[in-house]
Design a protein around this ligand. Structure first.
Ligand code: PLP
Length: 428
């Protein structure tokens, strides 16, 4: 549905993402609860991040793990970004959104053989592996694929270099996700001392190991945590004789606490560019931001269905649940909750979901005015790991998603109904 909206309405309270009239109009049109994305804001963030890294051979790859809505992925595509896929499902969504396989980087973990074959069948060319076992499995599957494209009688171990094979090899870009002791304990990644074995594996099948993938941490706003390790990462990368690309990310933070520390893209971009330029060697730089790119462009709207007081504390019941947005309660993250009501007095308020699940809180100790049944609340910054982490736990269908763009709003994902609870069940 397309309707004209006004984002600059005079009653717009600056602590809310858009005016209260629009919030009401959206809930009347699409129902509650509702994920609302601001397309223009998303484009601005993409542009800001892109401009911050001036190194000319930079490719941005949006981490689809954070949000897989096709309409939003198309915005990344039209802004010149590719995708980072954590799983085969991320690749599937990316291809459906119109990305070319060449624009998708796979950097994931623990694929089985069938999935590895699928990834290769889809034509993914840049792949970062996080263990020698995964690299070895890839090499075996690659060899099988190459053998299939040769004459029927060829045996895997006697593979001769045909033109087809040579072309495939030239296309494939393999990298290792490095596990640096300097950045703490992690189950993921290959230690530098394993590089020699990794190179031996790939050279056996005629492939080069040209990439180093580095993930600093999860949602880190301390820019220094990234800049301080650049030198170590670059020194480590040079342990790969065929090194030709550096893949950095994600883990770039987003300031969920408004006014708090924010990741400094300009500083990070300048330092990374300066260090890579100083190398005196031409490499490609791949950057995989997730939450930093998309968190701030979305709001979950919900309506108050119950109000009660426990002494001075306001206990608000809303028509959404932790299953629609799991981060604040299940994963301990903070999301600001605001409303459009103006009042002199504010109260410590818990925002409770519409189930009796003991962790069904959308916000705890929020500072809000006295609310009434029917008031709208807005949970901010839910663009990353919001809908993507929603589930059917508690058997509530998922909300709809709407995109605000160029003065219009449109549905980009249908609200579910109860039929989803029967999907794939075998009813006799
Ligand atoms: C390899 C890789 N890149 C990027 C991301 C996105 O992370 P973030 O949202 O913290 O930027 C992830 C998250 O799982 C990841 O594993």
């Amino acid at each position: 549905m397309h309707r004209v909206i006004n984002l600059n309405n005079s009653t717009h309270n600056l602590s809310t993402p858009f005016c209260g009239e629009l919030a009401q109009e959206l809930l009347i049109t699409y129902g509650s609860p509702l994920y609302v994305y601001e397309g223009d804001r998303l484009r601005q963030t993409i542009e800001q991040i892109t401009k911050a890294v001036s190194y000319p051979r930079t490719q941005f790859r949006f981490a689809t793990v954070t949000n897989g809505n096709i309409a939003l992925l198309k915005i990344f595509r039209s802004s010149g970004w590719g995708l980072h896929a954590n799983t085969p499902g991320d690749i599937y969504l990316g291809l459906k959104a119109g990305f070319d396989a060449n624009e998708i980087v796979y950097s994931g973990s623990n694929l089985n053989r069938v999935e590895m074959e699928q990834v290769l069948d889809w034509g993914i060319k840049t792949l970062n592996f996080d263990s020698l076992a995964q690299l070895q499995l890839f090499c075996e599957v690659f060899l099988d694929h190459a053998a299939e494209s040769l004459s029927a009688g060829s045996r895997r171990t006697e593979l001769s270099k045909t033109e087809t094979q040579r072309r495939r090899e030239a296309d494939i870009r393999l990298g290792l996700r490095v596990n640096l002791p300097e950045t703490g304990d992690s189950r993921i990644g290959v230690r530098p001392e394993e590089f020699a074995d990794a190179i031996a594996l790939t050279s056996k099948v005629g492939l080069k190991l040209g990439g180093l993938h580095f993930y600093r941490g999860t949602g880190t706003n301390a820019t220094a945590a990234f800049t301080q390790v650049i030198d170590t990462v670059l020194v480590t990368a040079q342990k790969l004789p065929d090194w030709e690309f550096l893949d950095f990310g994600g883990g770039f933070g987003y300031p969920y606490h408004h006014g708090g520390a924010a990741f400094d893209w300009e500083l990070f971009g300048a330092e990374l560019t300066e260090r890579i330029t100083r190398l005196g060697r031409e490499i490609d730089l791949v950057i995989e931001p997730g939450r930093a790119a998309i968190a701030g462009c979305a709001t979950l709207l919900a309506q108050v269905v119950s109000v009660k007081w426990q002494a001075e504390k306001q206990i608000i019941g809303v028509d959404t649940t932790v299953a629609n947005l799991s981060v604040p309660s299940v994963h301990g993250g903070y999301r600001e909750v605001v409303c459009w009501k103006k009042a002199d007095k504010i109260y410590t308020t818990d925002i409770c979901g519409n189930t009796t699940y003991s962790r069904d809180y959308l916000g705890k100790n929020c500072q809000l005015p006295a609310l009434e049944v029917g008031d709208i609340i807005a949970i901010l910054d839910v663009g990353a790991y919001g809908y993507a982490m929603s589930s059917h736990f508690l058997h509530r269908p998922k909300p709809a998603e709407v995109l605000l763009e160029n003065g219009t709003h449109r549905l980009i994902r249908q609200r579910e109904d109860y039929s989803v609870l029967l999907a794939n069940q075998v009813l006799n």
